[in-house]
Design a protein around this ligand. Structure first.
Ligand code: SF4
Ligand code: SF4
Length: 349
């Protein structure tokens, strides 16, 4: 991390920065919506909303849209061969991502390309995108559902971002973390150079961000993975944990590290598309087989799959817990099922 890369801008001048990024490509940033904030493509810089804690939906849909077509074709007498859908990507700037979400991208990279089988759609979007991370506001308490500290993530960790931002009074401090981020910052002429006091503030903020702020338990990857192997058949524990679950799947849709999808062919008025759509292991028919057999008919079996995938199978296969403690699943669950409590109960089971 080079000290010379620190820049700054007054928050009330953020529109100038946004406009410059929009000229270079697609700018995606948090905007305020009826139920909370979400990442959206910015058309008007004034829509950017930085006074948020974390977004309702994770930003995974920037790289992995909820629905996308791979090929289009025409059926019937005017039938045409299937034509691949071109991505036509412009450079993109994902602005204001919290450190736990930035960490989720690295976990998803493992699933989507780092272990050898490359998902070209995920990779192309990742390669086209500059990540501009943003520290949580340490002057405010963390959301009660958060537990990213348990997963070793600090509230102001710059790792994984190309540029990392810290708020200092009425200014934003921006530091280039990767050469790509530094080059971008150096080309943005509306930014002022940070001074020694800014450097000190930034460094101390990152350090302070490592102090415990969220719910926290002592969790060793291998130990929890093994524990779940041991209690996989403990039906009493799993039914207790799944009590009240509606199988609605919201917890998986909001999660930055859930990536199940379905691929189907759909045609309407003979216009066909091969389409990828998010799916969820919490849905009743997720494992329904063509024969009519379903190996996971019970709610507890589906919750077990979700939790064990993140905390055991992922550790065994990729050496990483596939959860960043963002708390979204807990905040969104209509019956208050809390994955942190599920994991802490497992340690006692
Ligand atoms: S399981 Fe819950 S806490 Fe963990 S990453 Fe997914 S939404 Fe966040
Ligand atoms: S959000 Fe809650 S109720 Fe819905 S599937 Fe997830 S755990 Fe079950």
């Amino acid at each position: 991390m080079s000290d010379s890369a620190l820049k700054k801008i007054a928050i009330d001048k953020i529109n100038d920065l946004a406009a410059a990024l929009m000229q270079k490509g697609t700018l995606i940033a948090p905007v305020r919506e009826e139920k909370g904030s979400n990442f959206r493509e910015i058309k008007n810089p004034q829509d950017i909303y930085l006074d948020y804690d974390n977004t309702l939906l994770s930003p995974k849909n920037i790289f992995f849209p909820q629905m996308e077509d791979f090929v289009n074709y025409q059926l019937g007498k005017d039938a045409t061969p299937a034509k691949p859908v071109e991505l036509n990507l412009k450079p993109a700037f994902l602005f204001g991502v919290r450190p736990c979400d930035v960490r989720s991208f690295a976990i998803m990279d493992t699933h989507f390309y780092a272990v050898g089988i490359i998902d070209p759609y995920w990779k192309a979007r990742r390669d086209a995108t500059t990540i501009i991370g943003y520290a949580f506001d340490l002057s405010k308490p963390a959301d009660p559902a958060d537990f990213y500290n348990t997963l070793g993530i600090g509230a102001a960790d710059p790792e994984g971002s190309d540029i990392f931002m810290v708020k200092k009074d009425k200014e934003l401090l921006l530091k280039g973390i990767t050469p790509q981020g530094e080059a971008l910052l150096n080309g943005l002429t509306m930014l002022a150079a940070g001074n020694a006091a800014d450097e000190k503030y930034f460094t101390e903020y990152v350090k302070k961000g490592k102090e415990p702020r969220t719910r926290m338990m002592c969790l060793d990857d291998k130990t929890i993975a093994k524990k779940y192997e041991q209690i996989f058949e403990n039906t009493e524990y799993w039914t207790r944990m799944a009590d009240g679950c509606l199988s609605c799947g919201i917890c998986t849709f909001v999660c930055p590290t859930c990536y199940c999808f379905d691929i189907c062919d759909e045609d309407i008025f003979r216009q066909g598309a091969r389409r990828r759509i998010w799916d969820a292991c919490m849905f009743t028919d997720f494992t329904l087989e063509a024969s009519g057999h379903n190996p996971r008919t019970k709610v507890y079996q589906r919750l077990r799959q979700k939790v064990c995938h993140k905390y055991s199978f992922s550790v065994r296969k990729y050496d990483v817990i596939s959860c960043v403690g963002c708390g979204r699943c807990t905040r969104s669950c209509p019956v208050n099922i809390d994955i942190y409590s599920i994991v802490s109960e497992a340690m006692k089971a």
